[in-house]
Design a protein around this ligand. Structure first.
Ligand code: MG
Ligand code: MG
Length: 258
């Protein structure tokens, strides 16, 4: 069942989203060669807690970190560690969730560490742009898979792979709610979008084949072919005539391209 949120719930999700975005900014400011992913985790957790929220991921399904920190061929769910140190030329995907008064915000960004290759820059840009391509279809009475199809079409057109084993999702009182939101598929399928739905849309894109595998720690998800991967995610609200991005520091952006 897809939960539609009340005005009060949406207010709480705006604040959760704002805190999530703020934590992203703090982490982004700290990203540099020589920094460990454990340090980034501590910075995010502090920012979240200082703002009266809790890290959504910490303890979720047993996940040990407050953030996911996924470098190069790690697609998602990288566990922050003291001995994982950023190097010049890496790309790092940071996924952050913050829970404020029982409601979650969830968003992800991929960053450059120092100077990166043109190929990596292009991958990061295409991943971000694919989110906005999907967003064009985020309005009432469109089908959910209209978003999925737009993301896939854009990514494939640029010669990249769309990860299939993991999806976006509804979000609210639970970090993961119905519906699952694949980043691929035919248009015109799945539930109709309705005002008050809150969705985490999150393309995960690879520079090679889309196949991924989970390492023996049960979390770290890497590309099978060792290609690089990028991730971009926001929590959005379906409004009367479009959408609002909830995971921004300004407290919600309506129908604008960031
Ligand atoms: Mg996320
Ligand atoms: Mg998510």
């Amino acid at each position: 069942m897809i939960n539609k949120k009340s005005d009060r719930e949406i207010e709480l999700m705006r604040e959760a989203g704002r805190i999530t975005a703020l934590a992203h900014r703090k982490v982004a400011e700290a990203i540099a060669p020589g920094v460990s992913t454990f340090e980034l985790d501590r910075i995010a957790e502090q920012a979240i807690r200082e703002n009266g929220a809790t890290p959504s991921f910490k303890g979720y399904g047993g996940f040990p970190g407050s953030i996911c920190a996924s470098i190069n061929d790690v697609v998602i769910h990288g566990i922050p560690k003291k001995n994982i140190i950023l190097k010049h030329g890496d790309i790092i995907s940071i996924d952050i969730g913050a829970c404020y008064k029982g409601y979650h915000g969830d968003s992800a960004r991929t960053h450059a560490v120092g100077k990166i290759s043109k190929e990596k820059e292009d991958l990061i840009r295409c991943t971000r742009e694919s989110f906005y391509e999907g967003l064009k279809f985020a309005k009432p009475n469109n089908h959910l898979s209209d978003i999925s199809h737009a993301i896939e079409s854009y990514v494939v057109m640029h010669g990249y792979g769309v990860v299939r084993d993991f999806t976006g999702h509804g979000v609210g009182q639970k970090l993961h709610e119905d519906p699952a939101i694949p980043n691929y598929g035919d248009p015109g399928m799945g539930p109709l979008l309705k005002e008050g739905m809150t969705l985490a849309i999150e393309p995960m894109v690879t520079s090679g084949n889309y196949r991924v595998k989970v390492l023996s720690d049960g979390w770290t998800t890497v590309t099978v072919d060792g290609s690089d991967s990028a991730h971009y995610e926001n929590t959005i609200l379906i409004t009367k005539d479009g959408y609002e991005i909830l995971t921004t520091e300004e407290g919600g952006k309506t129908n604008v391209k960031e």
